[in-house]
Design a protein around this ligand. Structure first.
Ligand code: N2P
Length: 360
C-alpha cells in the first residue's frame, strides 16, 4: 500500500514536471529581432519567451557582474564579451546542443574568436558599422549638394555647428565614439593610452554644444520623424529609420554612410550566463536563431547583417547587396575593430566619457 502511494506521488510529480511551462529569458538590444520569430519559436518548441531589451553594453555588463539576473540568453558586443568571459560570467556553449552551428559564417566566427578563443562561449548574432545617418533634404539645405562623405562633417565643430538647429544625436557609447574619433585623428582607434583617450575626449567635448542628445536607440524614431537631421549611429538602426519614414510616407528621406576615413566594425553575440536558469532552452533558442531562414528574417526586419552565411541569399537584394550593411571587400578594408580595455583603462574611459557628455 505504502509503495503504491509512493508510486502515485512519483507519477504525479513527473506529470507536474512534464506539464510545467518551459521558459527562456532573453535580454537583447532593442529593435534587434523580428518579433514574429519569437512567436514561431514558441509555436515550434513549446518554450515561452520572456523578452527584455537594453541599448548599452554598460547596462548589460552591470547586470551580468551583479549575477543572478535570471537571463538565459544575452547579447554582448565582442569587446565586452571578451572582458566578461575573463570575469567568468558565462557558461561554455554545449556545441552538441547546437546542430545549426554548421551554418555560421566562417569569416565572422574567426573574427569573433579573437575575443572568444575557440568560440567557446558565444556565437555571432549580428555585425555592423558605426557611421553617419542623416536627413537628406535638411542636410542639403545647409551644405548644398555636397553629400556627407567624411567624418569631417560630423567631427569638426565648424561643420557640426551647421546642423545643430535641425538636431544632432550621438550614440551614448564611449567605445564607438572614442575609437571613431581616434581614427579620425589618425591615431590608433584601439589605443589604450590615457593621453590618446583624452585627446579624443577633448575633441568630442568641444562638439557638445551642437549635440541635442547622447542616446543609443531613440535616434531611430527621431530621424524617421524628422525631429533630428544627423546621428552618429549604427547601420541597421539607420536603415530602420529610413524604412519607418517610408512607411509613414512623411516625406523624410534618411541615408547612412560609412565615411571615407573608415568606421568601427562591431560584432554582437549570443551567450549564456553561468547562472542561467534554463540552459537547455537557451541552447534551443540560439540554435533556432542560427537557422538560415530565421536569420534572414531577423536581418530583413533589423537591416543588420547576421552571422549565418547561408541566410544571405534569402535576404532581399536591397539589403544583401547594400555595401553599408554587407560591406564588400573594398569597404571591408576601411573598417577597423577594437579590443576591450582592462578595468583600469575602462575607468579612464568612463570618466572621459562623462566629461564629453557634460561638455567640460
Ligand atoms: C540594435 C542595436 C544593436 C547594435 N538596435 C549595437 N550593439
Amino acid at each position: 500500500m505504502r509503495s503504491i502511494f509512493a508510486l502515485l506521488l512519483l507519477a504525479l510529480g513527473a506529470g507536474a514536471a512534464h506539464g510545467a511551462e518551459r521558459v527562456v529569458n532573453i535580454f537583447n538590444w532593442s529593435d534587434y529581432i523580428d518579433p514574429t520569430v519569437l512567436e514561431d519559436f514558441t509555436r515550434e518548441t513549446g518554450v515561452k519567451v520572456v523578452y527584455d531589451t537594453f541599448d548599452s553594453n554598460e547596462v548589460l555588463e552591470t547586470r551580468l557582474l551583479a549575477g543572478s539576473a535570471g537571463y538565459d540568453v544575452v547579447v554582448p558586443s565582442a569587446t565586452f564579451l571578451q572582458r566578461e568571459i575573463k570575469a567568468g560570467v558565462f557558461r561554455p556553449l554545449d556545441k552538441s546542443k547546437l546542430p545549426n552551428l554548421k551554418n555560421v559564417w566562417p569569416d565572422i566566427a574567426m573574427r569573433l574568436s579573437r575575443y572568444d578563443p575557440g568560440n567557446a562561449f558565444a556565437v555571432n548574432y549580428m555585425w555592423f558599422t558605426t557611421g553617419i545617418a542623416f536627413n537628406v533634404a535638411k542636410i542639403k539645405e545647409r551644405i548644398g549638394d555636397k553629400p556627407i562623405v567624411s567624418w569631417d562633417q560630423a567631427l569638426k565643430p565648424d561643420n557640426l555647428r551647421k546642423f545643430a538647429d535641425c538636431g544632432v544625436y550621438v550614440l551614448d557609447s564611449p567605445e564607438d565614439l572614442f575609437s571613431t574619433t581616434l581614427n579620425y585623428l589618425k591615431l590608433d582607434p584601439n589605443s589604450k593610452e590615457p593621453g590618446d583617450i583624452r585627446r579624443a575626449a577633448d575633441l568630442l567635448s568641444g562638439l557638445r554644444r551642437y549635440i541635442k542628445k547622447f542616446h543609443s536607440s531613440e535616434y531611430i524614431n527621431a530621424l524617421a520623424n524628422g525631429d533630428i537631421c544627423l546621428a552618429i549611429g549604427w547601420a541597421g538602426d539607420s536603415f530602420q529609420a529610413r524604412n519607418r519614414a517610408r512607411e509613414a510616407a512623411n516625406g523624410v528621406e534618411i541615408a547612412y554612410v560609412i565615411p571615407q576615413e573608415g568606421a568601427l566594425m562591431s560584432l554582437d553575440n549570443l551567450a549564456i550566463p553561468k547562472d542561467a536558469p534554463h540552459p537547455d532552452e537557451a541552447h534551443l533558442f540560439i540554435d533556432f536563431l542560427l537557422r538560415p531562414d530565421i536569420a534572414a528574417r531577423n536581418t530583413k526586419v533589423t537591416h543588420f547583417a547576421n552571422g549565418v552565411a547561408d541566410s544571405r541569399p534569402l535576404v532581399d537584394k536591397e539589403i544583401a547587396d547594400n555595401p553599408a550593411i554587407y560591406p564588400d571587400t573594398a569597404a571591408m578594408r576601411k573598417l577597423f575593430t577594437v579590443t576591450a580595455p582592462d578595468l583600469a583603462i575602462q575607468k579612464i574611459v568612463t570618466r572621459e566619457w562623462t566629461r564629453v557628455k557634460t561638455g567640460r
